[in-house]
Unconditional design. Structure first.
Ligand code: GLP
Length: 250
């Protein structure tokens, strides 16, 4: 595991974007799976800045969306796809035909999930998986208890997520109770994983996930088994990690 800690949220966003940009510079046709959430929002804004400055080119990148709410199409600004389009894909002019997402408004979501696995396979797998972490250790919509063998599937949206996204959907009641997500096995099959965590609310879970027992009750703990995991955190999120923490130079 490579661990990078930055002093504050600003440096965290800048460094995280720089690491993603470097990945793309080294592999311009990278297949990248993107998470949504508050953590990645700031990172994507920085990445869009790097694009504007001509530092990174997304024209050959293929994008996958990690998870989606049932029934939330790209027309719904709260959907994961719409947010990624607004925060990143649009600003960096990622070609429309290079974007893969769950058709979560379809009637047969099980079929949609099977198809998603097929698309990932036929594209050649994922080179870089971008992840955030829930305060209960979730990754994507893989909530505590999710099998480490899980692949893309229909899931119940966790209580933490319902509360966290209530403003975005207009109210708690309006947050869809069902979602679709890449599974833990799908995530672990990615060649590289970048896990991002910012803020004090993530400190306790980040320590448990990275240094505690590897158990389905803490989905992110499985990441300890990944051969190419990079963790980028700000000082607050890294506060409970066993020191001294390695601060990798850029
Ligand atoms: C959400 C998403 C995840 C995200 C995580 C953390 O519910 N399903 O993909 O990484 O929770 O969210 P945040 O970055 O807002 O804390």
């Amino acid at each position: 595991m490579k661990l990078i800690m930055e002093e504050n949220a600003c440096d965290f966003n800048r460094r995280s974007a720089a690491e993603i940009a470097r990945f793309i510079q080294n592999k311009p046709d990278a297949r990248i799976c993107f998470a949504t959430g508050e953590t990645t929002k700031g990172i994507y804004a920085e990445l869009a800045e790097l694009y504007k400055q001509g530092e990174v080119d997304f024209s050959r990148v293929t994008a996958f969306v990690l998870d989606e709410y049932q029934g939330a199409s790209r027309m719904n600004p709260a959907s994961c796809l719409a947010r990624l389009e607004a925060q990143l894909f649009g600003p960096v002019h990622l070609p429309e035909e290079h974007i893969h997402s769950f058709d979560s408004a379809a009637a047969d979501l099980h079929h949609v999930c099977m198809e998603y696995e097929n698309i990932i396979r036929s594209e050649g797998g994922i080179d870089l998986q971008i992840l955030g972490i829930g305060t209960n250790g979730h990754i994507g919509f893989n909530e505590p208890g999710a099998s480490f063998d899980s692949i893309s599937r229909v899931v119940e949206v966790g209580q933490e997520t319902i509360v966290a996204r209530s403003e975005m959907f207009g109210s708690k009641e309006l947050v869809p109770r069902t979602g679709v997500t890449m599974g833990i096995k799908t995530i672990m099959n990615s060649a590289n994983i970048y896990l991002f965590a910012v803020g004090a609310s993530k400190a306790q879970m980040l320590e448990k996930a990275l240094f505690g027992p590897i158990v389905p009750d803490i989905p992110a703990s499985v990441l300890q088994l990944h051969p190419s995991l990079t963790v980028i955190a700000d000082k607050e999120a890294a506060a409970k990690l066993p020191g001294p923490i390695l601060v990798q130079p850029e």
